[in-house]
Design a protein around this ligand. Structure first.
Ligand code: SF4
Length: 747
């Protein structure tokens, strides 16, 4: 990892990738004056440094600093080390350790850009990340911000507030999320604000809010070390939450029974007491059969149910007919195995359930999560050490961005927009009336653009031209927008549709807080200078807000955090100063000198009467079942080395070298059946399109399924995915689409 003697200084921060929230230390080096761009590439010199003179000219208050973040602009991150944070204890995965060079990539945007008149919008087929965007010209910040805001304001004036929408980013800080949703609510004038939670755990949050009254985890993943049984379902932590996976391995080595339920196999199977593969999309059948066993064999916790829950009788009645024998055909698990699973979980003294997007990304994702909650409540497995329910959150700040209100149906801290009393508190805090109707969600916004309802958007750091389902539909929508403003680090696929592109900040370039999957609010500290004229996202949002006539005057994220703490009871007793001292504080926190609660809901749930609720469910088929024409299940997800749409990791030299190209993973049996050798090309076709990419043999894949990661623009699997939504969480069915796999003649 380099020689620490070469580092000139160190900065403590947090990893910018996944929701584990590993704490790390950046080792910073003064750069040699002859630095040439991205190591390993011969072209593309990094463009000029930001200066106090530029900052001051453009109105950014950074007096007497040598750059807009206050650091010499010729510095770079030399290497990264894990530090002793509560969720990582010095550990880092490959992304946290090696994925830190993307901010210095030569394709980094360093000047505001405005689309040249008359040129078509859309993905540039000749796009070269090392070359300037040909359809845009450089502009000053004043000109670009004026153009960005005036285009949106004109649409609002002509068509009303609901003609605008905003996608914020779970890659930005809590303070930036707070400001973004505040801009949409108080400036645009509607609740049309959403972010990638809609594509990952919105259905989990819907079920948790409904059944427990809170959308966050009930216990940290470190509590797995105290559990007798840990169920992992619909998640692949060794790939997607790698440092959390080390805690599961550690727990298993110390005697915890690790039970893995998934249609695919995974690396953690080697540590599991029991691994069960079930039919894709049949979670409700399997979980209700387990509930049937627990209830019919009297293994439920009668006193816990009586004291802490409501609706058990209805649940019990609903699963009477869902015996293991009745559900076995649907879920593909033998009745004896279902009984074994149910007994192991129910008879454990302490048990936890962890889940990922294999649960949430279904049209019945909320039902899946409801079943998991019912299992925990029926067995009294919440509220004690070593027990709990934990949806493993994806992005580094998806928990915090959701808490901060970047959700169309709720204000910060999940307060429904339709509740007049709760809304009044924010109207007073922000001194403006607020819309009382829920806004549209991510996929609904794309539909509303096509129908002509939404005409202008502000997109901060999200990449719907890669991340949304049915990309031809989503990209078509972006192309139809009359005015699109994108703030980002790079000319992402989404930015190529923009009218104005604003160069934003990478995580190591700014101060801010993020909240990880464990409810730990953690402080990230600026480590290096912003390049060129790039600016922090909070500053950009404020400048647009000012052009909407809003009286904003934040000088630093700490001032935004203070406002958040005022409006969000969840942040009680957490201050910026405390975070500067402690780096991480878990919410809820009972006092300024007390630690936060690692395990919650010991006494009562935050629902009326303090009682959690059982919600019965019935098995439903996938929206698009496999059939004779499309006989294979297509499922999508991430890889260990790449993050989401790849905008950061595909510009990170080590990570992109490890996984440089798209591949479709299939079982050895499937490849044999197709007569295709690993590495030969395949074409994957669904009702929405076709892509061709290399094949990869993967023994953990079941027959009849293909897995493709969604970060490769050259084989963008979301061209194929199904946009059908879960009716509660409004999340698309990324984990199941009917496809046809054929040998490709050419790649
Ligand atoms: Fe970063 Fe997540 Fe890896 Fe930790 S586990 S280093 S937070 S990507």
């Amino acid at each position: 990892h380099g020689d620490s003697a070469q580092a000139d200084r160190k900065v403590d921060s947090v990893c910018p990738y996944c929701g584990v929230g590993c704490q790390l230390t950046y080792h910073i080096q003064q750069e040699p004056s002859d630095r040439k761009g991205f190591r390993g590439q011969s072209e593309g010199e990094v463009r000029g440094p930001g200066t106090a003179e530029v900052a001051s000219r453009e109105g950014f208050t950074a007096p007497s600093r040598s750059s807009v973040t206050g650091f010499p602009s010729q510095e770079r991150i030399l290497f990264v080390e894990g530090r002793n944070g509560p969720s990582n204890q010095n550990r880092l995965c490959v992304k946290g350790r090696f994925g830190f060079d993307y901010p210095g990539h030569p394709a980094r945007l360093t000047r505001p850009l405005i689309r040249k008149p008359g040129l078509p919008k859309g993905l540039d087929p000749d796009f070269d990340p090392a070359q300037p965007l040909t359809h845009f010209r450089e502009a000053s910040w004043d000109e670009a911000l004026d153009a960005a805001a005036s285009g949106l304001l004109e649409l609002k004036t002509t068509h009303g507030p609901k003609a605008l929408a905003g996608f914020g980013s779970a890659k930005c800080s809590n303070e930036e999320a707070w400001l973004f949703q505040k801009l949409v609510r108080t400036g645009f004038g509607s609740n049309n604000v959403d972010h990638c939670t809609r594509l990952c755990h919105a259905s989990s949050v819907a079920a948790l809010m409904e059944c427990l009254g809170s959308g966050a985890v009930t216990a940290s993943f470190m509590q797995a070390l105290k559990a007798d049984v840990v169920i992992l379902i619909g998640c692949n932590p060794a790939v997607n939450h790698p440092v959390a996976a080390t805690y599961f391995k550690q727990a298993a080595k110390h005697g915890t029974q690790l039970i893995i339920l998934d249609p695919r196999g995974q690396a953690l199977d080697a540590y599991a007491s029991l691994s069960v593969r079930f039919t894709p999309g049949a979670d409700v059948a399997l979980l209700n059969a387990m509930l049937n066993v627990i209830i019919s064999e009297g293994m439920y916790d009668e006193s816990y149910i009586a004291d802490h829950t409501e609706g058990f009788e209805a649940l019990a009645a609903s699963v009477t007919d869902m015996t293991p024998e009745a559900m076995s055909g649907l879920c593909g698990v033998a009745p004896a195995v279902i009984r074994d699973l149910a007994r192991r979980y129910a008879t454990a003294e302490r048990a936890m359930i962890f889940w990922g997007m294999g649960i949430s990304q279904h049209t019945h994702g909320t039902d899946n999560a409801r079943c998991l909650i019912s299992l925990a409540l029926a067995c009294g497995h919440t509220g004690r050490p070593g027990t709990g329910l934990h949806p493993l959150r994806g992005q580094n700040n998806v928990q915090g961005a959701s808490d901060a209100g970047m959700i169309p149906m709720v204000l910060p801290d999940y307060q429904p927009v339709g509740d007049a009393q709760l809304r009044a508190a924010f109207e007073e805090l922000w001194n403006t009336p607020l819309d009382d109707t829920p806004g549209l969600t991510v996929v609904e916004i794309m539909d509303a653009i096509h129908s002509g309802t939404i005409k202008g958007m502000l997109i901060q750091g999200e990449n719907p031209a890669m991340s949304d389902p049915d990309l031809n539909h989503a990209r078509g929508a972006l192309g139809k927008l009359e005015h699109l403003v994108v703030q980002d680090l790079f000319a992402t696929e989404t930015a190529q549709f923009a009218d104005v592109i604003l160069p934003a900040s990478a995580w190591p370039e700014k101060d801010g807080t993020v909240t990880n999957t464990n409810r730990q609010v953690q402080l990230g500290r600026a480590a290096v200078a912003l390049p060129g004229e790039a600016r922090p996202d909070w500053w950009i949002t404020q400048e647009i807000a000012r052009r909407f006539g809003l009286d904003w005057d934040y000088a630093h994220p700490r001032e935004v955090f203070a406002e958040m703490a005022h409006g969000m009871p969840s942040l009680a007793n957490i201050t910026w100063e405390r975070l500067e001292r402690e780096s991480s504080v878990t919410y809820p926190c009972p006092a300024e000198d007390a630690p936060g609660a690692d395990v919650v809901f010991s006494d009562a749930f935050p629902r009326a009467g303090g009682l959690a609720r059982f919600t019965p469910t019935r098995p439903l088929p996938p929206d698009e079942p496999i059939d004779g024409d499309f006989p294979t299940v297509l499922t999508t997800g991430r890889q260990l080395e790449h993050w989401h749409t790849g905008s950061m990791t595909r510009r990170s030299q080590v990570l992109d070298s490890l996984e440089p190209e798209a591949a479709a993973s299939l079982s050895p049996g499937e490849l044999n059946r197709l007569g295709v050798a690993p590495g030969e090309p395949l074409t994957i076709t669904t009702r929405r399109g076709a892509i061709t990419l290399k094949s990869r043999v993967d023994p953990v894949m079941p027959d009849g399924m293909v897995f493709i990661p969604f970060c490769y623009v050259e084989a963008a699997v979301n061209l194929l995915t199904n946009p059908a939504l879960d009716p509660y969480g409004k999340i698309p069915e990324f984990k199941y689409a009917a496809c046809r796999v054929t040998r490709a003649e050419k790649h």
